[in-house]
Design a protein around this ligand. Structure first.
Ligand code: ADP
Ligand code: MG
Length: 698
């Protein structure tokens, strides 16, 4: 098979060669002609326009200036060294600051010579400066100024030192385009092209690098974004169609004794309307004769466990087994306890299987599972191990979905000849656009109501100087028999400095809350699992009143008597994490409180995050703000998802285009579910090519 020209290793491009190819691979993950072709400019510059130092008045825009370097000074040594240059034009002077690649920059830039700089000014200590601007001798730059919109590629100091200055990037890109332009395949069917009114792909990929004009650039961007969104949708929906067409499925035709007896005798409280609605949706799915694949979104404390249990009882009523998978051992244990307690007095066989289940116990459990005596199995990842064989697995519930990928879900299906129904539960509310993309193959249910009597957690933002007041408040709460969490932002659990912060915090708290009146638990990632477990247990059993912890307590743990959550350096947490942490309190009927401690230095985003937390407890609203602040690439659960693979399309800004793309994918599949029509073959080939990296999405 002849390889496509776009698969040619990048070192064979004129002007690259092996050494630079290696650098491109390391610094920008560019390996082939195709990779480079998809390395889009991050902006376009009108290179005919120059600003002056006196015109700098905001730190939002990228500016191009022309002037002389009049001074150069290295400040500090070693890792903290920085290079400061003075840049002067006829209106004034500003500073250019460099932290990296000092040696190389010093060799290239000379005091007294004229340069063109390009960068984004920062406002610092009452003045503007430029950090790591691009800097080119003025005479060399002149030759590039005949293009109206010049592409601008992001590059690193390392790449620059290998000759990949922004200017050279443009040159190499021009070489590439002239070489591959005629070989860029069209990957959409004529019909989709026409109905969505899109620019041809070859045309778009040329114009994205070298726009003929602003209009062509717009069309080019639209086309490339469309492709990014459309093929994800096409793939997700195709899988869904295939599953619906092909997959044999079990039909839970009846509601029987297990469900009814639980409902009438064991249900500890009235179901909320939202719980009822979701149970009806699940009931309709499992009774339809098609495999259920449903995502259940519900804020922390909304009562998902009960929905899971009642769904599992539907399976039992239809002579099937059910399992519930949790992301951590503590959570699995907690589910096991809760569910065993709720089933009290009912003839249901439930067991727990985790990594620490003893071998003998495990063997016995496997046997009971295989002959069908064991009806509900609760556990961790241990459940997807190969030795675990079910007699007749009818329903799989996965809690806290974001930790399990599509691939892991698929492994669970294989546990049964006829694939089981799947219910995925998540407490991380996901904005609609993201859900459409991340879980495009799932139906979505939402529990949008908390159990009655739940008071929204009161949230406050305090600065350090108010600490004594906060401690006084904690004492008052503890005096009323309540318990308190104090959480520290440890990003890297093995970082000694951060651990020190935690220990210092622990010391301070121990001083204000001394023995014998107060007892304190501490949990962090450096503890052994057994130690962690025992500290958690002391808190659960109310032997300690304060739990000092890192975010290891973030997921799922349920201590209804804990009513206060103090989050230290709250500005360092992301919004969804703050929301998850706050969800640890407010689980009982008592008023709960969340106190966000912060330093005085807050970024605009940091301030916005804290304000949002104080303003609302609505997880969906918080998720929307988070999506806008951070972009989807950083949202919890999306890191592994390949959404970072969206280069141009944005789930925040391109909601409309995403809808068009999804609609187009539906139209294609409605007409040709197996994608067999000749005109759809280019799309099939693209889905199978290395360019479409589906692996990243699953
Ligand atoms: P999550 O959705 O976060 O998993 P849980 O299932 O742990 O929430 O439920 C949180 C708490 O609310 C539990 O203590 C549970 O017993 C209680 N709960 C669940 N449903 C109801 C209800 N309908 N009425 C009152 N309390 C409920
Ligand atoms: Mg839960």
């Amino acid at each position: 098979m002849v390889k496509h020209i776009l698969d040619t290793p990048i070192e064979y491009l004129k002007g690259v060669g092996p050494a630079r190819a290696e650098m491109l691979r390391k610094e920008a993950d560019i390996r082939t002609f195709g990779d480079l072709l998809h390395y889009y400019p991050f902006r376009y510059v009108d290179r005919s326009k120059f600003y002056t130092v006196s015109e700098i008045n905001s730190d939002s825009a990228w500016l191009q200036l022309k002037g002389k370097i009049t001074g150069m000074q290295t400040i500090g040594t070693g890792r903290t060294a920085r290079l400061v240059m003075t840049f002067r034009d006829h209106t004034g002077e500003t500073e250019l600051v460099f932290f990296q690649g000092l040696k190389w920059i010093k060799e290239k830039v000379f005091v007294g010579k004229e340069y063109i700089i390009f960068g984004k000014p920062n406002y610092f200590m009452g003045r503007y400066n430029f950090t790591h601007p691009d800097i080119e001798p003025a005479d060399e730059e002149a030759q590039l100024q005949n293009e109206p919109l010049q592409p601008y590629y992001s590059t690193s100091e390392k790449l620059k030192s290998r000759g990949f200055t922004p200017k050279n990037f443009v040159r190499i890109m021009r070489t590439l385009i002239s070489q591959v332009q005629r070989d860029i395949p069209e990957i959409l069917s004529p019909r989709v092209l026409k109905e969505a009114q899109l620019m041809l792909r070859a045309n778009a990929l040329t114009n994205i690098h070298f726009p003929a004009d602003i209009h062509s650039l717009g069309k080019a961007r639209e086309r490339i974004k469309f492709d990014e969104l459309f093929f994800i949708q096409l793939q997700l929906l195709r899988l869904k169609y295939l599953r619906m067409e092909k997959v044999k499925s079990r039909k839970f035709s009846k509601i029987g004794d297990y469900f009814n007896s639980f409902y009438h005798n064991n249900l500890p409280f009235e179901l909320t309307n939202a719980q009822k609605k979701v149970i009806r949706e699940i009931r309709a799915d499992v009774g339809s004769g098609k495999q259920m694949n449903r995502l259940l979104q519900g804020d922390v404390g909304s009562g998902k466990t009960l929905v899971a249990l009642m769904s599992m009882l539907m399976a039992l009523d239809n002579d099937s087994q059910a399992c519930l998978m949790a992301p951590t051992e503590i959570l699995a244990q907690q589910h096991y306890k809760t569910i065993s307690r709720m089933l009290h007095g009912m003839p249901v066989e439930v067991a727990l299987l985790t990594g620490s289940t003893k071998k003998s116990e495990r063997n016995e459990l496997h046997a009971r599972l295989q002959d069908g005596r064991l009806q509900i199995l609760i556990g961790t990842h241990a459940l997807i191990e190969d030795q675990v064989q079910f007699h007749n697995l009818g329903l799989v519930v996965i809690d806290e979905q974001h930790r399990f990928g599509v691939a892991q879900r698929a492994r669970l299906w294989e546990k049964s000849e006829i694939p089981p129904h799947i219910l995925v539960m998540t407490a991380t509310p996901i904005p609609r656009t993201l859900a459409m993309t991340l879980y495009g193959d799932l139906e979505v249910s939402v529990i949008d109501e908390l159990p009655p009597g739940r008071k929204p957690v009161k949230t406050y933002h305090y600065y350090e100087k108010e600490r004594l007041r906060v401690f006084w408040f904690l004492k008052e709460q503890i005096a009323r028999g309540r318990q308190v969490y104090v959480v520290f932002p440890i990003i890297n659990e093995s970082d000694k400095l951060e651990l020190q912060d935690l220990m210092d915090g622990f010391d301070t708290i121990s001083r204000y809350f001394p023995l014998p009146d107060y007892h304190i638990s501490i949990v962090h990632g450096q503890l052994k699992p057994a130690e962690k477990e025992s500290e958690m247990k002391r808190f659960l059993e109310k032997k300690t009143q304060i739990m000092v912890a890192t975010t290891v307590i973030e997921v799922g743990v349920d201590v209804p008597n804990a009513t206060v959550m103090v989050i230290e350096n709250a500005e360092r947490f992301g919004l969804s994490q703050l929301h998850q942490l706050r969800g640890r309190v407010g689980r009982g009927a008592d008023q709960s409180h969340c106190i966000l401690m912060s330093s005085y230095k807050l970024t605009t985003d940091g301030k916005k995050r804290l304000e949002t937390m104080v303003r609302t407890t609505d997880g969906f609203e918080i998720a929307e703000v988070d999506l806008h602040l951070r972009g989807p690439g950083d949202l919890q659960g999306t890191q592994q998802s390949g959404l970072v693979g969206l280069k141009l399309a944005s789930l925040v800004k391109d909601e409309k285009l995403l809808k068009v793309a999804r609609e187009m994918a539906y139209r294609v599949l409605d007409e040709d579910p197996q994608l067999e029509n000749p005109e759809n073959q280019p799309m099939v080939r693209y889905l199978q090519s290395s360019e479409f990296d589906w692996g990243k999405i699953s």
